[in-house]
Design a protein around this ligand. Structure first.
Ligand code: SF4
Ligand code: SF4
Ligand code: SF4
Length: 576
């Protein structure tokens, strides 16, 4: 606004801004600009100190210390300086227009006044500063679009068009049969918002500082990944045909991602890193059939058995044989469908958790039922690995069952299932009230339908699963349940709630091997061990498995990993 008024309009008619704003408002606005200039100076000095002297961890990457940043700092500082100098000399040319609030330029005018020039010399000096100021503005206009500082223009748009729903949502293209290509590998196939994101990055390092793969020295560092994709924009037609995979970014980077959302959560300009990664996985899986062996066998298991647990000898009805739990066909009037999930049904350790949950629900007289053998995988692993086609087949099978049994309310144990059914099934036409078990249990405790009574002396640290916490904003309910157990002491890990580190199992990595020896789960286990708690509480079947392995590898003591449902079951009376 100030440039339109005071530079361009006033240079056509010197009274323009005065006529539009009036003398008082014009002077007030000029005072505001002077104060702003000083604040910008302070910000620039702080930026210089933080980038090159007292450098925080997130700015220690070589990418964040490029000399280009100096150019922009010098240009902005020169803009502010020439603005103040122009206004200072203006005081000497038109003292009658000086306003008592313009104290900064008035103060700066003193050295010029002591020179005792005649009025024409002051006018010359004023015009000199004004032209330098204008030249810098025009240089900006030329420099920004060809420099990395294009983000100054693009980032507001990226922020504006950002995903306002859950960060756990991956888009669901509905026209797969008609698509000529799947996923993305070049600028022609990336979506407009993804391309906008490549140019919006401010190279601030926040995403890479928190990314679990970067913290465990893997190839993927989200800031570098996004910037490498930005480089792909300046390539030739031939490069466009070759694509970005194996040129700007490696396959290892693409498969490293855990979809944990820590990067998205930290990014100040709304960049969605997971979205292009999934599109590149789709390209690799659906176009090229290129994927890690472990991903391939997971997809095969999903195709052949409707679950990712290749080698399991259990069926989905084994775990509830001796339990008081009805199937939805036996109890069609059930208020809730309890969605068990493949891991809860087919992995022995996780079956114990589901049994605890069933006992809790029975104890509170919740009217629920299960699908048992009619349940199939939500399709989450297929979607995250990049086989959208398989995801939609599995999802539609479940949706048909939901419609058949007129399901209106679903309780999930697995946060991945929660995220998929609640956030991704609506794109396929199914909507219901989908809640996590911790939400329902908290409500039951509040209503006194569940009363934890058995005392314990356990000290517990709760790990926020990414798909429950960051992606679905459920932070307090699991903590409230722990706090409701008499005698239980709750600790917090150094990274918690939206800052919690992933367990290493997201994005299909429950089944895909990590690309180096340094395991994400071990890093998080170390953070737990620092708390000196005796129990690591979880609310996700994958986290449970990851941390049981982590603790057996990292600790000589007898810390244990328990699901919130197991901890609560130990504390409720046998028959309420
Ligand atoms: S989603 Fe997680 S693992 Fe993937 S790039 Fe972001 S922070 Fe890293
Ligand atoms: S947090 Fe966002 S702006 Fe900062 S480096 Fe990462 S992608 Fe770029
Ligand atoms: S999303 Fe995960 S836990 Fe849930 S049903 Fe599928 S594989 Fe099983």
């Amino acid at each position: 606004l100030s440039y339109i008024l005071f530079i361009f309009a006033d240079s056509i008619n010197s009274n323009f801004s005065k006529v539009v704003l009036g003398t008082f408002l014009k002077n007030l606005y000029l005072s505001y600009l002077e104060i702003l200039a000083i604040l910008v100076f302070i910000a620039l000095i702080t930026a210089l100190i933080r980038r090159w002297i007292l450098i925080p961890n997130r700015l220690k990457f070589s990418l964040t210390k490029k000399p280009e940043s100096i150019i922009i700092i010098v240009l902005i500082a020169s803009l502010m300086l020439t603005h103040l100098l122009t206004e200072s000399v203006n005081h000497l040319i038109k003292p009658e227009t000086a306003y008592s609030f313009n104290f900064i330029s008035e103060y700066l005018s003193k050295p010029f006044k002591s020179l005792n020039y005649d009025i024409n010399s002051y006018i010359l000096l004023h015009d000199l500063f004004w032209w330098i100021h204008l030249t810098i503005i025009l240089s900006f206009a030329v420099y920004i679009p060809i420099s990395k500082h294009l983000h100054l223009l693009v980032s507001p748009m990226s922020f504006f068009f950002g995903n306002t729903k859950s960060s756990g949502i991956i888009d669901t293209p509905l026209n797969l049969e008609e698509m000529e290509t799947f996923g993305a590998n070049n600028l022609r196939t990336f979506k407009p918002k993804q391309i906008m994101d490549f140019f919006a990055c401010a190279v601030c390092g926040r995403c890479s500082e928190v990314c679990p793969t970067n913290l465990t020295d893997k190839e993927l560092s989200p800031m570098h990944f996004i910037n490498n994709l930005m480089q792909s924009s300046s390539k030739t037609e031939e490069d466009l045909n070759i694509g970005v995979i194996d040129n700007q970014v490696s396959k290892t980077e693409i498969w490293d991602c855990l979809n944990c959302g820590a990067c998205v959560n930290e990014c100040p300009v709304g960049i969605e890193h997971i979205s292009p990664i999934i599109d590149m996985r789709r390209h690799l899986v659906m176009e090229k059939s290129e994927m890690p062996k472990t991903a391939e066998s997971t997809l095969l298991s999903l195709e052949q058995g409707g679950h990712p647990w290749r080698g399991t000898t259990f069926t989905r009805s084994d775990w509830h044989k001796d339990l008081n739990v009805k199937t939805i066909s036996d109890n069609p009037d059930a208020e809730y469908l309890l969605w068990v999930g493949c891991t809860g049904a087919l992995v022995e350790r996780n079956q114990k958790v589901i049994k605890s949950l069933v006992k809790i629900l029975n104890s509170a007289n919740v009217n629920f039922a299960i699908l048992s053998n009619e349940e199939t995988c939500t399709g989450d692993p297929a979607k995250r690995i990049g086989n959208e086609y398989l995801f939609q087949i599995l999802a539609n099978q479940n949706i048909q069952n939901f419609i058949k049994y007129d399901i209106k309310k679903i309780i999930t144990h697995c946060p991945h299932c929660l995220n998929t059914i609640k956030n991704e099934y609506p794109a396929l036409g199914f909507k219901a009230e989908v809640i996590n078990y911790t939400e329902l249990i908290t409500k039951l405790i509040d209503q006194k339908d569940l009363i934890p009574t058995n005392e314990t002396s356990k000290t517990v640290s709760y790990h926020d699963p990414c798909f429950l916490g960051r992606h679905n904003k459920i932070y307090e309910e699991p903590r409230d349940i722990v706090d409701s157990i008499p005698g239980m002491k709750r600790m917090e890990m150094c990274k918690n709630k939206d800052k919690a580190l992933c367990c290493g199992a997201g994005g299909g990595h429950m089944w895909i091997e990590e690309s180096n020896e340094k395991r994400v789960s071990h890093l998080r286990t170390d953070e737990f061990l620092e708390t000196k708690s005796d129990t690591l509480a979880v609310a996700c079947p994958f986290c449970l498995q990851m941390f049981e392995e982590g603790i057996s590898a990292k600790s000589q003591s007898d810390e244990e990993v328990k699901d919130i449902a197991e901890l609560l079951e130990e504390s409720i009376e046998e028959n309420k």
